[in-house]
Design a protein around this ligand. Structure first.
Ligand SMILES: [Zn+2]
Length: 340
C-alpha cells in the first residue's frame, strides 16, 4: 500500500539549502578503519535537479533471523532483491538496519502463549550476520541492545562488515569516540546515491534499559549526541541527514525531531508502534514500517535540489512461501540451530 506524505504541500518543504561548501564523496564499501568519519574527496557541488531514491529499512529482528512460521532472512533477502530489481533504477537505493539484529549465534524465534522466545545457535561472534548482511548489500547498521550486550566482542568483528556500523551516541568511555572506532565503526557515514549525499548516523535510546552492560561503553543522551554530530555531517557535505533509530518513537524520537535541527529522516524504532504513514514533525520525517525479519518498508523519496519534496512508504511482509535467496539460505543453513 502506498501512502503519500507531502503531496501538494511539498513545495513548502523546499526551504533552506544545505549550508556549507565542504566537499565529500560517498563512502563506497567498507569504511576505513580509522576513527574519523567517512569523509574523503571531491564531489564538486551539491546535487541539483530531481532524484528518486528508495530506502529499504526497519530491521530490529530481536536477534531472530529465522521464525518458526517460515519467514526468515533468506526469504526476506529474495523479496528485497525482487523489489530492488523492479525500481526504475535499482542502483538508486539504500538498505539500512536499525539495530537489535546481531547476537553471537544465529537466532530462531518462535511464539508460544504470546511470548516471543529466541533460541540461539553456537556462538560464532555474529559471523552469520556479517555474511548475510554483506550478501544483501546492506549499506549501514547501528547498535541496538542485542549488539550492546556483547559489544566488546562484536566490535573486533567489524572488519568483516562491508556495511558501515554507525552510531552518534554509543561511545568508548575511554576515548569519547564511537565504540569500536579502531575496528571501523563510525559516528556517521556519507553515501552518495543518485547524486545526492546522504549522511547516515544512528542513535540508541537513553531511556529505560539504556545502561550499558559493558563498562567501557558510554551511551550519550541521543539529542545531545545528534546536536553535536549533525552539523559535522552537514559541514562534510551531507544533504539529507538520516538517523537509524533505536529510540522510543513516541517520546525521544519526537522530541529529537522537534529540538535537533537539520535531521531529515528518523528511520525505524526501538519502542513504539509501527506508523502506517510517516509522521512529519517540523522538517523531520519519522518512518516506522513494521519490523522484524518478516517485515520491512521502502521509503520512496523524491529529492529536489538536495531536499526531500515527496516521500511515500510501502510496507512489505515476507511470505513464508517466498523462494529463499539461495546464497543467503546457504549462510543461514550453515549457522542455524536444529529445530526442536
Ligand atoms: Zn530494540
Amino acid at each position: 500500500m502506498a501512502r503519500r506524505l507531502f503531496g501538494a504541500s511539498a513545495v513548502l518543504l523546499v526551504s533552506v539549502l544545505v549550508a556549507g561548501t565542504a566537499c565529500t564523496s560517498p563512502q563506497n564499501g567498507r569504511p576505513s578503519g580509522v576513527a574519523s568519519p567517512a569523509v574523503s574527496t571531491t564531489s564538486p557541488s551539491a546535487h541539483r535537479g530531481q532524484a528518486r531514491v528508495t530506502i529499504f529499512h526497519a530491521t530490529h529482528f530481536d536477534g531472530a533471523w529465522v521464525l518458526a512460521g517460515g519467514q526468515d532472512f533468506a526469504r526476506r533477502a529474495a523479496l528485497l532483491r525482487r523489489l530492488r530489481a523492479a525500481l526504475p533504477e535499482p542502483r538508486n537505493a539504500l538498505v539500512v538496519g536499525n539495530g537489535d539484529d546481531i547476537d553471537p549465534g544465529l537466532g530462531r524465534g518462535s511464539y508460544a502463549d504470546y511470548d516471543f522466545t529466541v533460541e540461539h545457535g553456537p556462538d560464532v561472534r555474529g559471523m552469520y550476520a556479517f555474511e548475510a548482511f554483506n550478501a544483501i548489500g546492506l549499506d549501514a547498521e547501528t547498535y541496538g541492545f542485542n549488539e550492546l550486550d556483547w559489544i566488546d566482542r562484536l566490535a573486533p568483528q567489524l572488519p568483516n562488515a562491508r556495511f558501515a556500523m554507525v552510531s552518534a551516541n554509543v561511545r568508548d568511555r575511554a576515548t569519547g569516540q564511537v565504540f569500536g572506532a579502531q575496528y571501523g565503526a563510525l559516528p556517521w557515514v556519507i553515501k552518495e546515491v543518485a547524486g545526492v549525499r546522504f549522511g547516515i548516523t544512528g542513535a540508541i535510546t537513553a531511556q529505560g534499559r539504556a545502561v550499558p552492560f559493558v563498562p567501557t561503553v558510554e551511551v550519550v543522551e541521543p539529542a545531545q549526541a545528534l546536536t553535536e554530530q549533525v552539523p559535522r555531517m552537514r559541514a562534510a557535505g551531507a544533504e539529507i541527514i538520516v538517523v537509524l533509530s533505536h529510540l522510543d518513537t513516541r517520546t525521544e524520537a519526537q522530541r529529537i525531531a522537534r529540538t535537533v535541527p537539520g535531521i531529515d529522516l528518523i528511520l525505524g524504532t526501538h519502542i513504539g508502534e509501527p506508523l502506517a504513514t510517516p509522521q512529519r514533525i517540523n522538517a523531520t520525517l519519522l518512518s516506522v514500517p513494521d519490523w522484524g525479519v518478516g517485515s520491512f518498508g521502502d521509503l520512496d523519496l523524491t529529492i529536489r535540489d538536495g531536499r526531500i519534496v515527496d516521500a511515500e512508504l510501502h510496507q512489505h511482509t515476507v511470505d513464508a512461501n517466498e523462494p529463499p535467496d539461495p546464497a543467503v539460505k546457504r549462510i543461514l543453513d550453515r549457522y542455524l540451530p536444529p529445530a526442536r
